[in-house]
Design a protein around this ligand. Structure first.
Ligand code: GAR
Length: 194
């Protein structure tokens, strides 16, 4: 594969609400030369999101803007994205539904990762619900974002077996590991077709 100079990489923005472990895996992966993107902007809708500390350490532009609250703030974020020539938005533990006008501005260019085998277990507490329902498998899904919760077109899914010993927490850890592997790679693939 061709090596890419940092300046030739496509800019992406990552939206977070919390810990930011997926954000970290995306940033790390993007630093490889052959990877075609770099994380240019990080937006958090939570002031105390741990992921913002990581962003600061990495010296990546980062903003706390609770922008789903008003169109004025949403437009502020859209302006930041435009100014930074952002080609794609990746939600990584961003726990709010994006407003329709926002999605319209980045149609087909916003993706999300969700810790279940969609369309099963949209929303919260996915692992506890999968275990409670005696599912044999769970996993994670990367999908395009539309106006409905965890509902856009699926790009990739990876599954893992739920064992008798699994708790919601052990399953969460197991699936997070898979998320960290597939999300950065999937972003690269999607971007290479944009
Ligand atoms: C991840 O498991 C991600 O799939 C999930 O939140 C976690 C964030 O962890 N996202 C959703 O549930 C979105 N519907 P992180 O902040 O450590 O990346």
């Amino acid at each position: 594969m061709k090596k890419l100079d940092g300046n030739l990489k496509k800019n992406i923005a990552v939206f977070i609400s919390g810990r930011g472990s997926n954000l970290k895996s995306i940033v790390r992966y993007s630093s490889k030369k052959k990877i075609i993107y770099k994380v240019k902007v990080i937006i958090s809708n939570k002031r105390n999101a741990q992921g913002l500390l990581f962003a600061k350490k990495q010296k990546i532009k980062n903003y706390y803007i609770n922008f789903t609250k008003s169109k004025r703030l949403g437009n502020r974020v859209l302006n930041i994205l435009k100014k930074n020539d952002i080609k794609m938005v990746c939600l990584a533990g961003f726990m709010k539904i994006l407003p329709a006008y926002f999605i319209k501005n980045y149609k087909g260019k916003i993706i999300n990762i969700h810790p279940s085998l969609l369309p099963k277990y949209k929303g919260l507490n996915t692992h506890a619900r999968a275990i409670k329902n005696n599912e044999e498998f769970s996993g994670c899904t990367v999908h395009y974002v539309n106006n409905l919760l965890d509902s856009g077109k699926i790009i990739i899914q990876k599954k893992t077996r739920i064992t008798k010993k699994d708790t919601a927490n052990s399953l969460k850890q197991k699936i997070l590991k898979i998320e960290h592997k597939i999300y950065p790679r999937t972003i690269n693939k999607v971007l290479s077709n944009l």
